[in-house]
Write a protein that binds this ligand. Sequence first.
Ligand code: DAT
Ligand code: MG
Length: 148
Amino acid sequence: MEKTFLMVKPDGVQRSLIGDITARFEQKGFKLAGAKLMAIPESLAEEHYGEHKEKPFFGELVDFITSGPVFAMVWEGEGVIATARQMMGATKPSEAAPGTIRGDFGVTVGKNVIHGSDSPESAEREIGLFFNKEEIVDYQKDNLNWVY
Ligand code: DAT
Ligand code: MG
């Protein structure tokens, strides 16, 4: 089954949004496969956001994502990579539709509450960056018979 990497950013953790955000993915019918509260080392932040290395906001982005703990997660389900991106909303909260996480909880692009992988390749890469194999749990969830 498809997996994606999602992360409540430091602003979301500080604003007590972990529960609200995880509830949305649970209620949708996706399955949590791994989760941890963690501080991101600078080297991991730079690698995770490597595609943005040349952007003018790269320094701020790394400072922000290392400014406090994040809640890192792996979620599993049919089409979860694209659907989670839709549930997150546009990168700029000012452009994110109401009902999306960024649309409901964010105001500025620099503090947009959540990260989510944007493709199968980035999901595989980011899960590997943040989680050991043993931290990803393979289990049955019986209610999924009522989702699929
Ligand atoms: P996304 O997080 O939606 O995948 P992205 O990969 O383009 O967006 O950018 C990564 C993060 O960088 C984004 O969540 C917030 C920050 N960012 C993007 N564009 C920015 C900008 N123009 N100014 C400041 N921060 C920006
Ligand atoms: Mg991105």
